[in-house]
Design a protein around this ligand. Structure first.
Ligand code: GLP
Length: 234
């Protein structure tokens, strides 16, 4: 595959590498940025916040949102994006799935947004089970925006952001694998030992729906930014 691997010392350095890739994309007139939440992109967003890069005529389209959380809920991905990026770096428009909307309405609305705004650069984290966005193992590769039932793994991994496990929503809306693969360029970041197996399977394993990130082997322009721990099984 054509995946390029950049091994960095730590999450802070990873943020700087991803920042430079975003800066290059801006210089090449990228207009639509596919964005991700989670702890992984935090250092990238910090670099962006502290930079003088201008996104005021750019579009942001986020990967996913929990179902049942209103946009102003403190644990919503809307709130995360406001706090980590949008409050200090305004975009012309930002899109995130609406966790309070009905499935039929939301899936169609979001696919239309993605059709109208084809993604130039997609930022990704990865789950310990190799999910991307909220596309859990077994999701067909052809999937576009859809409603997802979160796996027990994912609920366990994400409960640290909530007061208790029962507050973690059981479902989410997520861009599908096909939506992610349509991006021109993909930057995936992963830090820490607990991501090492997912990264190894994604990069070196068979391309299979059991390992959602393995589909990236079929994409022409993927950069994976990993620290030494996450790269330790490569
Ligand atoms: C969540 C998000 C993913 C993210 C993953 C890893 O489930 N939906 O987009 O990549 O968790 O999160 P973290 O970066 O906090 O390890």
């Amino acid at each position: 595959s054509d995946i390029r691997i950049e091994v960095v010392k730590n999450k802070k350095e990873g943020g700087k590498v991803a920042y430079r890739l975003i800066k290059e994309a801006l210089e090449e007139d990228a207009e639509v940025f596919g964005l991700a939440t989670g702890s992984t992109p935090e250092t990238l967003y910090k670099e962006l916040r502290e930079s003088d890069l201008d996104f005021s005529d750019k579009i942001a389209v986020n990967l996913d949102e929990y179902i049942g959380l209103a946009s102003d809920h403190p644990q919503s991905y809307h709130s995360f994006m406001q706090e980590h990026l949008f409050d200090s770096k305004p975009f012309k428009a930002t899109y995130i799935p609406d966790g309070t909307a009905k499935e039929e309405v939301e899936v169609e609305r979001y696919d239309k947004i993605l059709e109208e705004h084809p993604i130039d650069v997609q930022i990704l984290g990865i789950g310990t089970n190799a999910h991307i966005g909220f596309n859990e193992p077994g999701t067909p590769f052809g999937t576009k925006t859809h409603k997802v039932k979160l796996t027990e793994d994912t609920i366990q991994a994400n409960k640290r952001n909530f007061d208790s496990e029962d507050e973690v929503p059981g479902h989410a809306y997520s861009m599908g694998i096909a939506s992610i693969m349509a991006a021109k360029k993909i930057i995936l970041m992963a830090y820490g030992e607990n991501k090492a197996e997912a990264i190894d399977k994604a990069v070196n394993g068979p391309v299979t729906e059991d390992v959602p990130a393995s589909i990236l082997q079929n994409h022409p322009d993927v950069v994976i930014v990993v620290d030494e721990e996450a790269a330790s099984r490569l």
